[in-house]
Design a protein around this ligand. Structure first.
Ligand SMILES: Nc1nc(=O)c2c([nH]1)NC[C@@H]1CN(c3ccc(C(=O)N[C@@H](CCC(=O)O)C(=O)O)cc3)C=[N+]21
Length: 283
């Protein structure tokens, strides 16, 4: 028996199709949606991701605004780009692509984003809303993971979920999302300080691997029939490698592959956040 694929690529395409209609409906009411990106430096991966985000915008009918800065950009220049997008009425939401080159103060930049334009849901104010279980934009990767699990009817209520990785874009906010009443999962958040990772994963109904360690999760660590989501990416000899070993698919009930799983969902949720924000201000 082999696992069912949690096809994030196809699910994201369905979501973009739905968003396209909602963007058109907003336009009919005279409301435009515009997504901005701030990209600093020439990391090939970051350029590729930002390029994909703008392609998604074109497909859905969202205007896209690009601010690309050189690798030697100063803190002041980055803050200036953020201030411009805060003031730009055409830009209804935006992201600062992470990580920023060394020497720039990432936390300071994130704090300067207008929380109402925070398409990533990573502003401290919006992360605070998530902690307090108040409505607001949700971080895109956790939001995409929950949407993917729901799309394929992976049971969440009461599920034992092991999340590996405490990063601010994925693991930590995912723990907060899954423990809301609306999801009602039980979450164990594992990290580099976890003593016996396999002891935790073997008990899990759902494993979300967001550590960025190649092939961290092997078949012997997975309970038969569990759902395993591969979120981590690392480059091994120039090749992208996920956190989940290929043989996991022989024992798991569901697998979200990497690529083709959570990544496309993350991008779709970015668009969803800007569309939802526009709909909220319009109502
Ligand atoms: N402010 C900010 N927000 C982010 O959301 C953010 C970020 N910074 N920095 C980097 C990470 C990484 N990330 C990905 C998004 C989509 C794919 C994606 O779509 N991947 C495709 C294609 C992979 C490929 O072909 O290279 C897939 O998995 O199938 C991957 C990775 C967002 N991040």
């Amino acid at each position: 028996m082999t696992a069912q694929i949690l096809d994030g690529k196809a699910t994201a395409a369905e979501i973009r199709n739905d968003l396209k209609a909602r963007v058109a409906a907003l336009r009919d009411r005279g409301i435009a949606v515009g997504l901005g990106t701030v990209l600093v430096g020439d990391d090939p991966g970051s350029h590729a991701y930002v390029g994909m985000k703008h392609r998604d915008c074109a497909e859905v009918g969202i205007r896209s605004i690009r601010r690309d800065l050189p690798a030697d950009a100063t803190q002041e220049q980055v803050e200036q780009a953020v201030a411009e997008l805060n003031a730009d009425p055409d830009c209804t939401g935006y992201i600062v692509q992470l990580p920023l080159p060394k020497g720039l103060d990432e936390k300071r930049v994130l704090e300067l984003i207008d929380p109402d334009k925070d398409a990533d849901g990573l502003h401290p104010f919006n992360l605070g809303r998530l902690v307090l279980m108040q409505p607001g934009p949700l971080p895109c990767t956790p939001k995409g993971i929950v949407a993917l699990l729901r799309r394929f009817d992976v049971p969440l209520r009461g599920a034992e979920v092991v999340v590996i990785g405490r990063g601010v874009t994925a693991g930590r906010p995912l723990g907060l999302l899954l423990t809301r009443r609306s999801e009602n999962a039980t979450v164990t958040l594992c990290h580099t300080g976890t003593k016996d990772l396999a002891a935790h994963t073997r008990k899990a109904d759902i494993i979300v691997a967001a550590a960025g360690v190649p092939a961290l999760i092997t078949a012997d660590m997975v309970k038969p029939g569990a759902a395993v989501l591969d979120v981590g990416v690392s480059r091994v000899n120039g090749k992208l490698t996920g956190d989940v070993a290929p043989d996991v698919a022989e024992i798991a009930g569901w697998v979200a592959p990497n690529p083709g799983g959570v990544g496309p969902m993350t991008r779709a949720m970015l668009l969803a956040n800007v569309v939802e924000a526009a709909e909220a201000t319009a109502s």
